[in-house]
Design a protein around this ligand. Sequence first.
Ligand code: FAD
Ligand code: NAP
Length: 541
Amino acid sequence: MIMERDMRDTVDAVVVGAGFAGLYALHRLRGLGLSTRVFEAGSGVGGTWFWNRYPGARCDVESLDYQYAFSPELLDEWRWSERYPRQGEILAYLEHVADRFALRPDIELNTRVSGAAFDEETSRWEVETEAGGHVSARFLIMATGCLSAARVPDLPGLDSFAGRWFHTGSWPHEEVDFTGQRVAVVGTGSSGVQSIPVIAQQADQLVVFQRTPSFSVPAVNEPLDVEAARRQHGTPMQRRARARVSIGGLPYPEHEGSALEMSDEERTRHLEERSRMGGLAMYGAFSDVMVDQDANAAVVAFFHDKIRERVDDPAVAERLLPRDYPFGTKRVCVDTGYYETFNRDNVTIVDVRESPIEEITPRGLRVGGVEHEVDAIVFATGFDAMTGAVTAVDLRGRAGASLAQKWSAGPRTYLGLAVAGFPNLFLVTGPGSPSVLSNMVVSIEQHVDWIADAIAHVRDSGAACIEATVAGEDAWVDHVDEVASSTLVHRANSWYLGANVPGKPRVFMPYMGGVGPYAQRCDEEARGGYAGFALTPTDRR
Ligand code: FAD
Ligand code: NAP
């Protein structure tokens, strides 16, 4: 296998994407001695943090947890400045990683992979790029990101708009100055919730077009006090050790009992404490929030009170209350001054739930027959999540079968890592793994390590291919569905379910079983000799 190393168009492994997942995959595969080529559509490394440069973009997992833990030296030498790092700081970190581990020579930027076909004669993936390039690889790793296929809604008239428009997920590199402008923000998910307070400070007028209000928790961001953090949660390695066995990939204590076992006062006190911790600590407040409607309603009531406290005008506060879905069934947002932004004189909110945006006109947006004139539109409208970037590549497995076709009724994977009929293809944080329900860096490292070990196993056992079995895949898909169905997640129109993309099948895509139990399951799979996989002997090539 290693003989292929110096042949330019023939490598051991191709990795698609150079975000957290692709960079670490390259590092690990090189460590195995595999010649590896990374293709990245963007003009720089960093993935999410390369593309999402919108005002206010930052992480909502604490910096000490949202970093690689594979290298103690890297952990020691990098200094984060804030509890929740800005986009630019995370991008600088990933650029540092690319340099520190000398990854750049094996990364081809500005190169989008358009397709890859598995050749059953040679047991190799023939990978094509949009620019007409071709490379042959034994292993193909899709590190294409769960939230990398940005979606601008299909609104009539967008081409006619005379001002500038943006999507948060593909923001320009040069500074965008909204000073003196009338700006529309469409969307109030995490990207909207982060950008709205910052744009409001710069723009002359800001109009927020809201279809579904979010649950948002104050970040309680502050300059990072490493010593205080160490006293509270231990060293970064200790934090990571707890995160790896947790449900959400975070180091906070989780599942402290039922919300219904406490008196109203106790529950409020407990939620206040969680709220003061800031950010996503709220998720772990009670064990039954995601499974019991009454427990969930108690948390919803707490949020409603908080929003009413933060918003001066009661009528505006009522508009901002999430009412028609349970807490946690859409991604909870983390904000700095979001609700207070609606107390500003230059900010208005337009409800587009009952009366959707009809069209974009040359001068603005028309809703309910009223034209809202603006100079710029920011679409904070999200992504074709989890499957969009994978199915955008024309992946062909055995007998030329198309992955997009196979997934047309919903994604099917084994452990979110592999797909029956697609030998030697691996997905990083694919559908069917905890992925977007977790601190993704923890999940990415776990997946990349597992994939690297599986590839080493294939090599050491002299096999040609590793491939998920249909039986293993069917059982896993059923299990993922069963776990999701035991919770409240089907009661929301979330992107977890594909509900934000017209025509996408309504299937809950991530695995709700939790990071720790899931990793244990993956470890058992490896220890048990990859029972859910078939290993093809070399002589069958
Ligand atoms: P990405 O970072 O998305 O990288 C994938 C790369 O693949 C992209 O650069 C893309 O250009 C490239 N690519 C895709 N298709 C192709 C192709 N066909 N050819 C070539 N290249 C291709 N997660 C958290 O855990 N905590 C957070 O606080 C958090 N905040 C987020 C904030 C924003 C604004 C967004 C959008 C996501 C956030 N996430 C967060 C999720 C985030 O995506 C992950 O944490 C992580 O960065 C994903 O890394 P990745 O390498 O898997 O994917
Ligand atoms: P999102 O959560 O999908 O939010 C998109 C918003 O746009 C929703 O409010 C949606 O309304 C609205 N929308 C979509 N189409 C619309 C239309 N035609 N008319 C009116 N409104 C429309 O996308 P996102 O905010 O970019 O976040 C995606 C994910 O990325 C997050 O859930 C999170 O995982 C990650 N993220 C994290 C952070 C962070 O804080 N670290 C920041 C940004 C993103 P509906 O809800 O009604 O569909």
